[in-house]
Design a protein around this ligand. Sequence first.
Ligand code: GLA
Ligand code: ZN
Length: 686
Amino acid sequence: MKKHPPIFSDFPQLAHGGDYNPDQWMHRYPEVLEEDLRLMDKANCNTFSVGIFAWMDYEPKEGEFHFDWMRKILDNLHRQGAQVVLATPSGSKPAWLSKAYPEVCRVNDQGLRAHHHNRHNHCMTSPVYRKKVAILNQKLAEKFGGHPAVKMWHISNEYSGECHCDLCHRAFQDWLKARYRTLDELNHAWWSYFWSHRIGDWSEIDPRDKSVDGMCLDWRRFVSDQTLDFMKAEIAALRAGGASQPATTNMMGFFHGLDYWRFAEVVDVISDDAYPQWKNTEEDLNMASLLGCVHDMHRSMKNGKPWMLIESCPDAPQWHKTPRLKRPGVYRNEMLQAVAHGADAVMYFQWRKGRGGMEKFHGAVVDHEGSENTRVFKQVAELGSTLHKLAPVVGTSTHSDVAILMDWEVRWALETSQGPLKIEGENIYLTPVLKAHRGFWEKGISTDVLESLSDFSGYRMIIAPQLYLLKPGVAERLRQYVEDGGTLVLTYLSGVVNESNLCFRNGFPGGGLRELCGVWAEEIDHLYEEDSQEISSLPNNKLNLQGTWKTGRTCERIHAEGAEVLATFEHDFYAGSPALTRNQVGKGSVYYLAAKMDETFWSDFTQALIKETKIPRLLKSEPPKGVHIRNRCDEEKEYIFIQNFNNHPVEIDLEDLSALCMESGDVVKGTVSLEGWHTRILCQDL
Ligand code: GLA
Ligand code: ZN
């Protein structure tokens, strides 16, 4: 596999560091900045995101700009050999701006304009805000675009949220005009004949009407698009100021408000913020596999290009419900898991705890105590030295035979529709995606995580849990994929609505999937907790699947229309009706699973699918429970990450593998033992 260039072109190391806020210290404690430089070396940190919340220091009064202070910081970091990710400070606006131009503050859905407070809360439409940000960004680019320390731009911070001001509502109306052109088209798409909600004039459109679910879906698209448009304007201002470094923005995992696939198309490098909560119990396996799924998506967003874990916490974030300290080994595993899944940067929020403010108790590399003698500091320094030894991993990536679909618009459509999924307390879309992912994760099989618009070619298997909404062309592309020999797994609630959230007619799964699956899903059943339903495999089924499994609380009553039945329901009036089917289409096959299932089923099902499709695995045998195995490769070498997420030690049979330990340099073969919460990284020639 061809190596990608390093994320900072002339720095072939894993980036290690974090958010650095000298602007909190320089006014009254300039000596701390000197001390920071000493400590950065000791912590083996080499990369810093700076200036994220520094607007007030750049422009304390409207039109009065100060950049010298940042130049000094950048000069010092450069002397130190550090790489800088310089931020645009649009995430937090100065009070003078809100005072002079109230339109920059958001309006809530009750029509109330927010006062100046907090951060991440400006209107994305406001021409004033856009102009002020553009002026500052352009100046930053002019001043620092040529600074040797500045290797990347950090665009704003964790974009999020929505605004209901007149400007935003009018922009929504214009966005809809561009999408539908005529009111007739819009009314049809929104089915606004219902309850007499037909729109007679564009100005009547008010996105706060939650009863028009087609509009709710479009509003989410608009909010995401408008935020993206804001980000593009920020980047354009940097380019206008002559900056040529790559741009990134910090995403927040599966944050539901923004379709990050669209953001991925615009930024040069993918970055993510992750703050998992660990308990040192078996529940951590859910967390580890969830993180694995998020990381897989970030690697997949740019076809395997290494990404940055740009924020994480070396200790406990103060905002966790229970800010439990990370037990020994937990932090190291968390960071190395990102690297195992393709990250070339491990960075923290925050370098140093501030004396005041909401985040003064948020975990940091440097504690209030201020020295290098804390447990956390020592751990960071130790990891830094490990990351240094892992430099050969930079630019390597992973080949996945399996892809799982996680599509924001599908999720939004499910969330904005009343029904068809009614189970409270569950994340109705992510839960099944994560269950499907986990089946592969625990077997050490790499998965890419895609959206429904991604390129499907090259995968042996695609799993699309609850593909409720079909974007135009998706059904056709899935058919092509299967005809060409792919294996596709669809579940209950596939092809229910089109891109406007309008139900397909002529039977579910609709939009062409009924023929592809060879199945008609006639009815969907929601069970009470005390109801029970099970599915059992049929003897001698093609997948060789054997067992009886309890279903979750959603089941479909389906009919096979050409598909072969592999398993059937056990109880109630639909006992004996198909629960799992397989349809041969061209050179490939389509499985349809008619019920929500738990981890046990997904584990057995994926096992059978892996056998059937002959997907190769790193080790022939399944790793012990709680142990995850991943690889990253280039054309000559393979780097194998073995991670134990259990509290107890495990033994792993490496079979015929003989590799070098990246840390000790020893040859490792046969059976290796791994302490609880420990990671080993091995390297072998290909
Ligand atoms: C987010 C923000 C940071 C900081 C951390 C705290 O990720 O981007 O500025 O507030 O949360 O966990
Ligand atoms: Zn607004």
